[in-house]
Design a protein around this ligand. Structure first.
Ligand SMILES: [Zn+2]
Ligand SMILES: [Zn+2]
Length: 198
């Protein structure tokens, strides 16, 4: 990771959060930058920006680190649709932006070939070094690329995902553990926690 010091400081923060350097994280960084620019916003530490992510790849960690959308705060919504698409909403203005990665990841084919060699245990030391070199090159290019070359960005106005609703909990009648009522399962007329209902 010799080149990390030359990467933007806010990207280094993403690496700290994610605990490794990878092109996926760099994609997420570029997504977050493009979205904040399109919405004319600074990164927020509260809940005014909501991100809806359509995959659970490394990219999402950059969005959490940079935009402050996190699972725990409820402003990071995961839709398991397997697409490199990220939609952001600004609750205060009602504006939204959909960022779709159209790629390509620089050096992707060669990295894929080398990864397969590593996974099957036949990679040479040179292969492993080349893999790192390709990773660093891809990261550097993605982090500094013009977002118009990487993404299709569409501004939108749309209904916001509901903001945090107060939750009611009650003890499960079988195990006694407090459970959010809307997550309990009706079993012959009794509301049980999902564990006990199985
Ligand atoms: Zn990663
Ligand atoms: Zn239970």
């Amino acid at each position: 990771m010799s080149s990390i010091g030359s990467l933007p400081e806010d990207f280094q923060k993403c690496v700290e959060f994610h605990r490794h350097l990878c092109p996926g994280l760099a994609i997420g960084y570029a997504v977050a930058k493009a979205a904040l620019k399109a919405l004319d916003l600074q990164a927020s530490s509260d809940e005014e920006i909501v991100a809806v992510v359509e995959n659970d790849s490394c990219a999402v960690d950059a969005i959490q680190a940079l935009v402050g959308c996190t699972f725990g705060k409820g402003n990071l919504v995961f839709r398991d649709w397997g697409k490199q698409v990220f939609t952001f909403f600004d609750r205060s203005s009602g504006r939204g932006v959909r960022v779709s990665f159209v790629g390509p990841v620089p050096g992707h084919e060669e990295r894929k070939r080398l990864r397969e060699k590593v996974d099957s245990g036949v990679a040479t030391e040179d292969d492993k070094l080349r893999l790192l070199e390709l990773r660093d090159e891809a990261v550097a290019k993605l982090v500094s690329a013009d977002s118009r070359d990487l993404f299709s960005v569409t501004e939108m106005r749309t209904e916001l995902p509901p903001s945090t609703v107060p939750v009611t909990t009650r003890p499960c009648p079988v195990c006694g553990e407090y459970t959010v009522v809307s997550r309990m399962v009706d079993k012959n007329g009794d509301l049980l926690c999902a564990d006990c209902a199985q």
